[in-house]
Design a protein around this ligand. Structure first.
Ligand code: FES
Length: 399
């Protein structure tokens, strides 16, 4: 019997809470059988502490390692580990020698020779210590299987009774049972505490009402170039091109004149926003919701719904520029396919087919603005968009 076997069998774990399992195959098999019998392997067992709800946990029978049963194998493993420690020591010494004796500017294959030597020796020294430690643990350190019994998670009856008694004491000492006035007044005091929180929600601003359903586009409003405010004729738009446009109300009447913002009167007239907006905010909000694109599609390439037959002017279509997914502005137009691609989440709309959504996360088609020409031949809106533009919102309908 090896020293390890002696140690394991004399460790005193055999009968109680823990089992030491190093030993001969036979003795270990006997131990496994003893455990199986005690734990009720294959059926619901009964341990000395009471019924074992797990029965057989399915652990394989422990097998001793060669180094546990063969002293020569153990000696061989010991020599391997010691050898690695010795080589690691030599590598550490070599590291110091390399640092002292290899000139800093010498090279090997164009690389600093000293760096190579230092890296290699330090690497070997550390690597061998690691491997030796693993070998030592796997082959030579004591190989034990220990059973650890868990105590009940539930508190003892005495602790639970004590906790309940403390709660009752608290209630008794507060006098709540006898103080009827306090009992009646504390509930509204605590309940009404939420009111200030609700009232503060008012600071989020006024309700949008139906502002989200409308833009500033209106019957007869000219379609002008974004940036310059120049009105556009249908003939000015080449087939395949896309132009960013805005309603003329955002621009001064004299085309080309620098925009200086709406007057106070215009802001007052723009109360459709439903907010007390400054002139700048008014313009930004109006521009954000009214942004549109004009495209011209070659004849015969479009699919126009009967109720939209009069919404285009000779193949010139006007669509909202605001993605109906989460509101990104879009200008990525592919003239061969007539697809409009949103760069944010890749929604794709077919502008030759009423702005239908054909790919991506958006759940709605791109709204189309009905357009016509005025007496001077400029493009104007027939009306506002017939449905809300931009991202969906919970009250969104088609009106
Ligand atoms: S905002 Fe356009 S796809 Fe999401």
């Amino acid at each position: 019997m090896s020293e390890l076997e002696n140690r394991s069998q004399g460790s005193g774990h055999g009968e109680g809470v823990a089992q030491t399992s190093t030993g001969s195959a036979e003795s270990h098999g006997a131990l496994g059988d003893t455990l199986a019998a005690r734990e009720g392997r294959g059926e619901q067992g009964v341990s000395p502490q009471g019924p074992n709800p797990l029965g057989d946990p399915g652990l394989p029978v422990h097998r001793p390692r060669p180094t546990d049963v063969d002293p020569r194998a153990a000696k061989r493993a010991e020599r391997q580990v010691a050898g690695m420690f010795v080589v690691s020591s030599l590598a550490s010494i070599a590291f110091v020698l390399a640092y002292i004796f290899i000139p800093v500017d010498s090279t090997i294959l164009g690389i600093g020779a000293q760096n190579v030597a230092l890296g290699a020796t330090a690497g070997v020294a550390l690597f061998l210590i690691g491997i030796a430690a693993i070998q030592w643990a796997k082959k030579l350190m004591v190989d034990e299987e220990v059973v650890e019994e868990r105590h009940d998670i539930q508190s003892s009856d005495a602790d639970r009774a004590e906790a309940l008694e403390m709660l009752r004491d608290g209630a008794r000492e507060s006098g709540l049972g006898r103080r009827t006035l306090i009992k009646l007044s504390i509930a509204p005091a605590l309940g009404l505490l939420v009111l200030p929180v609700v009232v503060l929600l008012r600071d989020l601003g006024s309700l949008p009402k139906d502002d989200l359903k409308h833009t500033t586009w209106a019957t007869g409003m000219r379609v002008v170039q974004d940036g310059t405010g120049k009105p556009i004729r249908a003939a000015d738009i080449p087939v395949g091109s896309l132009i960013n446009v805005q309603p003329a109300s955002l621009y001064p009447t004299e085309a080309g004149k620098a925009y200086s913002g709406p007057t106070e009167g215009e802001v007052a007239g723009g109360e459709d926003l439903g907010v007390n907006a400054s002139a700048k905010e008014y313009v930004q909000n109006t521009r954000a919701r009214s942004s549109a694109i004009l495209i011209r599609i070659e004849p015969g390439a479009t699919t126009v719904a009967p109720d939209r037959a009069t919404w285009n002017v000779g193949g010139v279509f006007c669509y909202s520029k605001i993605c109906s997914h989460m509101g990104c502005p879009i200008s990525l137009y592919e003239q061969q396919t007539h697809h409009l691609l949103c760069p944010c989440h890749q929604s794709v709309y077919d502008l030759a087919d009423g702005g239908k959504i054909i790919f991506g996360p958006s759940a709605r088609d791109m709204p189309q603005l009905p357009i016509m020409v005025d007496r001077e031949g400029y493009l104007v809106a027939q009306s506002d968009f017939t449905e809300p533009v931009g991202p969906s919102f919970w009250e969104r309908g088609r009106t």
